[in-house]
Design a binder for this molecule. Structure first.
Ligand SMILES: N=C(N)NCCCC(=O)O
Ligand SMILES: [Zn+2]
Ligand SMILES: [Zn+2]
Length: 333
């Protein structure tokens, strides 16, 4: 006999509706919402909404990130309620929901960008914060427009193999390689508080780095990960963003292709998933106002390696947003 979705046994804590209980309904059964959390229409108050943007018309190389949201959701079935490394229960300390996907026009990038901005603004009327699953990196621009409309210019901490501050591709201004240049030009970012982490690989020219600096970004390249260690990278981030509201953008290609093959513009020499997850725990100390996770392209994935890494990245984002009753554990090197 089938149980209606609304009657599924859920873990409920202090009025917060959590995951479908995996001790009663096997985690490979039941709804494919993120982490088997309730849909937005199943609860009244929302602290954080996880929302998908299935859009990949802005890519410069391999397409397929439009299937990212569904893949990350499917790969998130194994996430459990307690995060011991961060010492938080992200679904018990705040109401997290899955808001479904923002439907966008795959044939018209500017229309899609307007739709993402409108969808994010509407959701931010109900939810305090969004964790958005892309989709290619083009979507960071409209998401930053929506966040800046609420908080003013934000410090952007951007994990990526790529700078994504290039100007145009084939004359196109809105692509996955250009969102942070457009955001900086539009005054959406605080130019004294932005940072890329994990960049690597060939650039078009030295000028790329000059332009990038002028647009407000400092860089912690991937190669510095070994020398700085997790603690050193977290300190660099804290020093750069200070008390500012922070927007976190994670392109899954910041991970080495060994840890995230399922992406469209892979570059050798990236972070391990252990390093990335540990650095993300440092965001518990910051004023994290929103986050995105982009560029998961499942057709190049194997055994859900990329999907699982991505679902854990989103879990750490939600953990970092979680109100705390105990001090955050020190980030271990
Ligand atoms: N945002 C991502 N993933 N990639 C940007 C690559 C831009 C290029 O093809 O030069
Ligand atoms: Zn990238
Ligand atoms: Zn990117």
């Amino acid at each position: 006999m089938r149980t209606p979705a609304s009657d599924l046994p859920r873990i409920t804590t202090g009025g917060r509706v959590g995951q479908v209980d995996a001790t009663v309904v096997p985690r490979f059964a039941g709804p494919a919402t993120f982490a088997r959390l309730p849909r937005i229409d199943e609860v009244s108050d929302v602290d954080v909404a996880v929302v998908g943007v299935p859009f990949d018309s802005g890519v410069s190389y391999r397409p397929g990130a439009r299937f990212g949201p569904a893949h990350v959701r499917e790969s998130s079935r194994l996430l459990r309620p307690y995060n011991p490394a961060a010492d938080v229960e992200p679904f018990a300390s705040q109401q997290v929901v899955d808001a479904g996907d923002i439907p966008v026009n795959s044939f018209d990038i500017e229309d899609a960008i307007a739709q993402v901005e409108a969808g994010a603004r509407e959701l931010l009327e109900r939810a305090g914060r969004l964790v958005t699953i892309g989709g290619d990196h083009t979507i960071a621009l409209p998401l930053l427009r929506a966040v800046a409309a609420k908080h003013g210019p934000v410090a952007v901490v951007h994990f990526d193999a790529h700078l994504d501050t290039w100007d145009t591709y084939f004359g196109a201004a809105y692509t996955h390689g250009t969102p942070f240049r457009r955001a900086s030009e539009e005054g959406l970012v605080d130019r004294s508080g932005c940072l890329h982490v994990g960049t690597r690989g060939p650039l078009y020219s030295r000028q790329d780095l000059v332009d990038d600096r002028e647009l407000g970004f400092q860089v912690v390249p991937s190669v510095e990960m070994d020398d700085l260690g997790v603690r050193g990278v977290v300190e660099r981030i804290r020093d750069r963003v200070g008390e500012r509201p922070v927007y976190l953008s994670v392109d899954i290609d910041v991970l080495d292709p060994a840890f995230a093959p399922g992406t469209g513009t892979p570059e050798a020499g990236g972070l391990t998933s252990r390093e990335l997850l540990a650095v993300l725990r440092g965001f518990a100390e910051l004023d994290l106002v929103g986050a995105d996770l982009v560029e998961v392209a499942p057709v190049y994935d194997h055994a859900e390696v990329t999907g699982i890494a991505a679902s854990h990245v989103a879990y750490e984002m939600l953990s970092a947003m979680s109100p705390r009753t105990t001090p955050a554990p020190e980030v271990r090197p």
